[in-house]
Write a protein that binds this ligand. Structure first.
Ligand SMILES: [Ca+2]
Ligand SMILES: [Ca+2]
Length: 234
C-alpha cells in the first residue's frame, strides 16, 4: 500500500536542512577574515605603581569601578605601529614638572621624574604626527603613580594644529560640558599601568589633542605618555 507522508514533516525537514546549510556557511565564511586581519595591539604596559591605593576612591554612576584585572587586548589591524613615538608635543600651558618631549619618549614607568605636570584648570597636550595616518587606537597614560580619576578627559583629532579642520571626538567624559566642548557620554575611569586605549576606528588625521581638568587627587594636570597606533594613510 502506498503511504502518504504528511506534509508537515517534509516542511520541517526542509527547514532543518536550510538551517544546517546556513550554519555551515557561517562557519566557513566568518573566522578567516577576522583572524587574518586583526591582532592584539602591540602595546607594552609599564610596571604597576608601588604607592598603594588611596582612601576615598571616587565612585558614582559615571565612574567605572577600578579594574580588578588587565582589560582584554584591543584588537587592531595587523601592522599598526606607534607613530607618535618621538613626535613633537605642544601644550596649552608650559609644564612646571618635566618636559613636553617626555609625552612621546616611550617611558611611562610610575616614577616621579616620568610625569609631565601642568597647572590647574582645563589644559591640553597635543601630538603632531608629522603627516596624516590611519589611526586605529590611541593609548594614554595620564599619571598612574596613584589610583586616580582624571576629569573632563577629551580626546580629539584634527587636520590642523589649531583644531579648526576636520575635528573629530574620539572620547569625551565631560558629562556636564564644563570644558565647553560638548556634552560627553563616556565614563570616568581609573588610571592604571594599563593606560587607557581609545578606539579611533581608522580615522585619518595628523594631530591628537588630549584635554584634562585635574583629577580626583589634585587640581593639576599630569600626563606620562601618548601612543598612537596607526597604519599609513594611503
Ligand atoms: Ca613618557
Ligand atoms: Ca566636567
Amino acid at each position: 500500500m502506498k503511504q502518504n507522508r504528511p506534509a508537515v514533516p517534509k516542511l520541517l525537514t526542509a527547514l532543518a536542512l536550510g538551517a544546517a546549510l546556513t550554519f555551515v556557511h557561517c562557519l566557513s565564511a566568518q573566522p578567516a577574515a577576522a583572524a587574518d586581519e586583526l591582532a592584539p595591539l602591540p602595546v607594552k604596559a609599564p610596571a604597576p605603581t608601588l604607592k598603594g591605593t588611596p582612601n576615598d576612591l571616587p565612585a558614582g554612576p559615571n565612574v567605572e569601578p577600578p579594574p580588578e584585572k588587565p582589560r582584554p587586548p584591543f584588537m587592531a589591524p595587523k601592522g599598526v605601529v606607534n607613530v607618535a613615538a618621538g613626535k613633537k608635543v605642544t601644550s596649552s600651558t608650559k609644564p612646571f614638572t618635566g618636559t613636553l618631549s617626555q609625552v612621546t619618549d616611550g617611558n611611562k614607568e610610575p616614577d616621579d621624574e616620568q610625569v609631565v605636570e601642568t597647572r590647574r584648570g582645563k589644559q591640553w597636550v597635543q601630538v603632531d604626527l608629522g603627516e596624516p595616518a590611519r589611526i586605529h587606537a590611541i593609548v594614554i597614560w595620564h599619571d598612574h603613580r596613584f589610583l586616580q580619576v582624571f576629569h573632563d578627559v577629551i580626546v580629539l583629532v584634527a587636520d590642523d594644529p589649531d583644531f579648526t579642520q576636520n575635528v573629530q571626538t574620539i572620547f569625551n567624559n565631560d558629562v556636564d560640558n564644563s570644558a565647553g566642548l560638548g556634552i560627553g557620554t563616556d565614563k570616568e575611569y581609573f588610571e592604571t599601568n594599563q593606560g587607557r586605549t581609545f578606539d579611533a576606528k581608522g580615522v585619518v588625521s595628523r594631530y591628537i589633542r588630549c584635554y584634562t581638568a585635574g583629577s580626583s587627587l589634585s587640581a593639576i594636570n599630569a600626563c606620562q605618555e601618548i601612543e598612537v597606533y596607526a597604519l599609513p594613510a594611503k
